[in-house]
Design a protein around this ligand. Structure first.
Ligand code: NAD
Ligand code: DAU
Length: 339
């Protein structure tokens, strides 16, 4: 079995690479990653020592390069994590989101058709459903919830989902799609809420909370997401969409206060800043389908997961300090200046 994992040098893709190498020692895992600002070879250092793992630097939107990878490695399955994934960056520069998230997905699926790949799994997001109002805690996203996007990022992910469904219907491409809620855990790039707040708190820097911090996200420990994708690959039904989430809803302010408490830092570090344009209010996944069909249940509660995550950032300071010291610093200053 050979699995092509795109975006494997990023946060979730790398966790998935490690999960698969450990659980299926006989599988070959090929990682195709363009190493954008979000890709990090330090994350894959241990995988690089495994003879079952091969890393290839390349862009999923580069048709020639992608076909070459398929020609050489003939993957049985493709799992597409590669994406521009940060909502804030999609607001300042939507273009690259269209190229990678839409065109890139199309190129990968063309390669799957050309080389007869037996599964294309698209790693999508709950953001394709738009948001839910704060005063309707009874509402959840199901697989039947209409696509209704808010940001250039979510619009690009929704476009990729529609394209994947069209390839399944028109070309009978064996596609599955998963739509997961917010992940957190090791190797999370420190531009996203949880790792950013941990890093800033550890450096006694202010914690920029957008608006009033009332927005709600449904947090899932990254390994639970990886296990769900593993199950969909092995037992899922072609043509189906599976929502993934563990009923771990928290306001942003709750999350930030939990981090401060765990690190024994004062709440005076919180700084309320100008809100994100078009900011989604609440995400909440109904995971009934994947529970019933595949027996998936999350194994890590938020209270346990956030402690494990904070410990990981304390034990792996060099990993995130290297990122903060690089080009990311310029981004941070630009994104948060005068906010
Ligand atoms: P990430 O930004 O940490 O990693 C993305 C990876 O893709 C990086 O390694 C980057 O170098 C690579 N990449 C970017 N453009 C590429 C291109 N053109 N060709 C090849 N590689 C490219 O993202 P993440 O948070 O790990 O998210 C992975 C996937 O999961 C994305 O598709 C995202 O939409 C989806 N998702 C993320 C979350 C979350 O909470 N982070 C939740 C649900 C779904
Ligand atoms: O729901 C799944 C999605 O979760 C994924 O598809 C995306 O790839 C992933 O980035 C994430 O999107 P969010 O926009 O929810 O994540 P982010 O970490 O950027 O923000 C989480 C919440 O925290 C959101 O309400 C905005 C807020 N926030 C974020 C940052 C970076 C702040 O208040 N301050 C900040 O500095």
């Amino acid at each position: 079995m050979t699995i092509l994992v795109t975006g494997g040098a990023g946060f979730i893709g790398a966790n998935f690479v490690y999960h698969m190498l450990e659980k299926y020692p006989s599988y070959k895992v090929i990682c195709l990653d363009a190493l954008t600002y979000a890709g990090n070879m330090e994350t894959l250092a241990t995988a690089m020592e495994n003879p079952q793992f091969i890393f290839i630097k390349g862009d999923i939107a580069d048709r020639e390069a992608v076909y070459k990878v398929f020609e050489s490695h003939k993957p049985d399955w493709v799992v597409n994590f590669a994406a521009e994934s940060h909502v804030d960056r999609s607001i300042t520069n939507p273009d690259i989101f269209l190229r990678t998230n839409v065109i890139g997905t199309g190129v990968l699926m063309d390669a799957c058709r050309k080389y007869g790949t037996s599964r294309f799994h698209q790693v999508s997001t709950d953001e394709v459903y738009g948001d839910l109002p704060l005063d309707r805690p009874d509402l959840f996203f199901t697989e039947e919830t209409p696509i209704h996007t808010s940001s250039p990022y979510s619009a690009s992910k929704a476009s990729a989902d529609l394209l994947a469904q069209a390839y399944h219907r028109t070309f009978k491409l064996p596609v599955t799609i998963s739509r997961c809620s917010n992940n957190y855990g090791p190797y999370h790039f420190p531009e996203k809420l949880i790792p950013l707040m941990i890093a800033n708190a550890l450096n006694d820097k202010s914690l920029p909370v957008y608006g009033k911090g009332e927005n709600i996200r449904d947090w899932l420990y990254v390994l639970d997401h990886c296990v769900a994708i593993d199950l969909i690959l092995h037992k899922g039904k072609v043509g189906e969409v599976y929502n993934i989430g563990g009923h771990n809803e928290r306001t942003n302010l709750d999350v930030v206060k939990t981090i401060l408490k765990e690190l024994n830092k004062p709440e005076s570090l919180i700084n309320y800043v100008t809100d994100r344009p078009g900011h989604d209010m609440r995400y909440a996944i109904d995971p009934t389908k994947i529970n019933n069909a595949l027996g998936w249940l999350p194994s890590t509660s938020f209270d346990e997961g956030i402690k494990k995550t904070i410990k990981w950032y304390l034990d792996n300071r060099k990993w995130w300090e290297n990122i903060l010291a690089g080009e990311y610093q310029g981004y941070y200053e630009k994104m948060y200046a005068g906010r």
